[in-house]
Design a protein around this ligand. Structure first.
Ligand code: SF4
Length: 346
């Protein structure tokens, strides 16, 4: 069981020790939603400039609901997990159409918005609307599994629900926002993962059973991780008359609908490329690159190539257009090195 003293100790610590983060200056549900979606899988320091720029360009639900997809992706460029941006826009459109532009305040309606899971719905309901709803993510699960010295798999759906229910029974009146954020803050700054918790400065050390039992390194219980699938690819920085070939990626699968570069499956040699693309001329050696997604790794070999003609299967863009107009996913960031090589040679 989660100790009943937990909220009081955590909240009083949080009010003194919390980091000064831009999304903590508002209770606006739209801003909370944007920050929570951005923070998924992404470090706080990375998110801060993106959050500021996003809110400056798209200050409310109405602005987000009508932004052009490319402009939206440009604001998101570099944050990764682009589906989050598309989901945010869809959520804004639902709020405009179904709720006349007013952010719904009840948990069930928030939970039904596109891209909003239990965690984000709990964060919005508690932080923006002061409701006793828990936001249980990996950080919170780690804290609770240590405080209660739980030797079960706390990451299972049933455990998450059980822990959310236990936390919600402890939510103090008039401090829901601070309790949610204090749990997040403890997990992010004190009860750190990978054997590095700062128990000496922890406000709930006196309650922590893992600290008492010497089992911190065992909590949370680790599941056996499945190995990530590896995909090998050959990528091309393909030019013609000084313009660069881009393509829209397929509507299904990884980085769906985003811009990318011409590619072939597998690792091809220059001779193999020449055979497959008769009107391309490959130059230089392959540049190796790797990008790790949650369940997948791309191992890439990039080549510079020149085409005899601007074929209709690609979008041909200038260097300035590539930098300013087209959002390119971080997975393809190696293209910058090849662009520099091509610029120097031209
Ligand atoms: S005492 Fe240590 S392990 Fe326990 S909650 Fe605090 S930081 Fe985490």
């Amino acid at each position: 069981m989660i100790p009943t003293e937990l909220p009081r100790l955590l909240i009083s610590w949080y009010r003194n020790a919390r980091r000064d983060l831009p999304w903590r200056k508002t209770r606006d549900a739209y801003a909370v939603m944007v920050s929570e979606l951005m923070l998924q899988q992404t470090r706080v320091e990375t998110v801060i400039p993106y959050y500021r720029r996003f809110l400056a360009e798209l200050p409310d639900v109405a602005a987000l609901s009508r932004v052009a997809d490319d402009a939206l992706l440009k604001l998101w460029q570099g944050l990764g997990y682009y589906r989050r941006a598309a989901m945010l826009k869809q959520a804004a459109q639902v709020i405009m159409e179904k709720y006349d532009g007013v952010f719904p305040s009840d948990y069930e309606s928030i939970r039904r918005l596109p891209g909003i899971g239990d965690y984000t719905a709990g964060a919005i309901a508690s932080i923006a609307f002061g409701q006793p709803r828990a936001a249980v993510d990996g950080n919170v699960l780690r804290v609770i599994s240590r405080v209660t010295d739980d030797d079960r798999d706390v990451f299972s759906v049933s455990s998450r629900r059980r822990i959310a229910g236990e936390l919600e029974s402890l939510y103090p009146e008039n401090a829901a926002s601070d309790f949610t954020q204090s749990l997040m803050e403890l997990g992010a700054t004190v009860c750190l993962p990978n054997g590095a918790p700062r128990c000496d400065v922890c406000p709930v050390k006196t309650l922590c059973l893992a600290e008492k039992n010497g089992t911190i390194a065992l909590r949370p219980m680790k599941k056996v991780q499945k190995a990530r699938k590896v995909e090998k690819k050959t990528l091309y920085f393909l030019t013609c008359n000084g313009r660069i070939a881009l393509m829209r990626r397929p509507g299904q699968g990884v980085l769906a609908n985003l811009y990318g570069f011409p590619e072939d499956a597998g690792f091809l040699t220059p001779a193999g490329i020449q055979k497959r693309h008769a009107n391309w001329h490959v130059s230089g050696n392959a540049l190796a690159a790797k990008h790790v997604f949650t369940h997948l790794e791309w191992h890439m070999r990039w080549f510079c190539a020149e085409s005899d003609q601007e074929t209709a299967d690609f979008i041909w863009v200038t260097h300035p257009e590539l930098e300013q107009k087209y959002p390119i996913p971080t997975a393809f960031s190696a293209y910058r090195k090849l662009a520099d090589i091509v610029k120097k040679e031209s």
